[in-house]
Design a protein. Structure first.
Length: 348
């Protein structure tokens, strides 16, 4: 009978509680987070050869520990923090919160939970997620700098600067400005510094785009065969989708991506509304594909035209296209995962 070892991870310590199949506590251990954490936990669990680990938030604070256990050949299950919190709340009593209670709730959730994700070794999807997130952070920083440049230039010259401002355009504008007074002099100096920051971020964006393109090529994905999907969007989709096997069907994937409409029926009226749930970054990437396909002749544009001819509004047609594209993306991700799986040698 398998023993479930629930872990409540923290920055400075990890608490483990072992449960048998009936939910009875077999043992408990608290270890200090450090170089010996993996060995200490495995030593604690050595008396239960048939064991399975359940880590709360294996993609968060428990990521490093989970990967160490997986590398040691241990089976690890990821338990969402919301699920373990719900177990603790429904356990009765005061549902008081402590590390040992959290670890026990995590183990119980893994004991009875269905379709919980099995943690695997990190692969190229994690690389693409990190690179995609880094690019998003750089883009956000660039937008803030450009907004500040517009603000300063508006005070330095009548009319400010054109909407699409670059470092070169801002630099040329500054060359023609002769500030008068201490305030204007300092404002021009600050604007020069912002232009230097903008050049630096533009250089970083070029570099990160190159790294993303290399990583996408190395992943051998077929997502780039879809009209409107380049390396940047492919990296975002792969990185935020993660292990595609955690979605049993395309409907589950669509729900995660926020492209599945939510039923809002009442009485005899049957209707659906736009979903605001799911991974919004993944949803935004799919929306970008929609806009790209609608900008020129493509299967997506033909689909929308057909929907418009049926009497749908443009928004309804675009939402329908997003769902169809989500299904296409799911098929590509499943096929890519199957192609990347090592072939099993036939039995002798």
């Amino acid at each position: 009978m398998d023993v479930i070892i629930g872990i409540d991870p923290h920055k400075n310590s990890h608490t483990a509680v072992a449960l048998d199949a009936a939910g009875q506590v077999l043992g408990e251990l608290r270890v200090t987070a450090g170089k010996a954490q993996n060995q200490e936990l495995r030593t604690f669990a050595a008396e239960w050869p048939q064991r399975r680990w359940a880590v709360e938030g294996a993609n968060g604070l428990g990521r490093l520990l989970s990967q160490q256990l997986v590398a040691a050949g241990e089976p690890v299950t990821d338990v969402p923090a919301t699920l373990s919190a719900r177990v603790r709340l429904l356990s009765g009593g005061s549902a008081r919160k402590s590390d040992s209670h959290d670890a026990r709730s995590t183990a119980i959730a893994a004991l009875h939970g269905r379709q919980l994700r099995t943690v695997g070794a990190e692969d190229v999807t994690v690389v693409l997620r990190m690179l995609s997130d880094r690019r998003d952070q750089l883009s956000a920083s660039r937008n803030r700098i450009v907004c500040r440049l517009h603000n300063h230039l508006r005070h330095l010259r009548p009319g400010g600067a054109a909407l699409h401002l670059t470092a070169e355009k801002a630099s040329r504008l500054l060359q023609g400005i002769r500030p008068e007074g201490i305030v204007a002099v300092q404002r021009k100096q600050l604007t020069r510094e912002l232009v230097a920051d903008l050049r630096k971020i533009d250089k970083q964006l070029v570099e990160i785009d190159g790294r993303i393109a290399e990583a996408v090529t190395a992943s051998r994905t077929t997502l780039t065969d879809i009209v409107g999907v380049g390396p940047i969007l492919a990296a975002t989709i792969i990185g935020h989708a993660g292990d595609i096997h955690r979605f049993p069907s395309r409907a589950h994937f669509a729900s995660y991506a926020g492209t599945a409409p939510i039923e809002a029926s009442s009485g005899d009226v049957s209707r659906h509304r736009l979903s605001r749930r799911g991974n919004r970054r993944l949803n935004a990437a799919i929306h970008m594909i929609v806009l790209s396909q609608l900008s020129h002749t493509s299967p997506g544009r033909l689909y929308v035209d057909r929907r418009l001819a049926e009497g749908k509004s443009r928004r309804e047609a675009m939402r329908a296209l997003k769902r169809q594209l989500c299904n296409v993306i799911y098929r590509h991700l499943v096929a890519d995962a199957a192609a990347a799986r090592p072939a099993v040698a036939p039995a002798a």
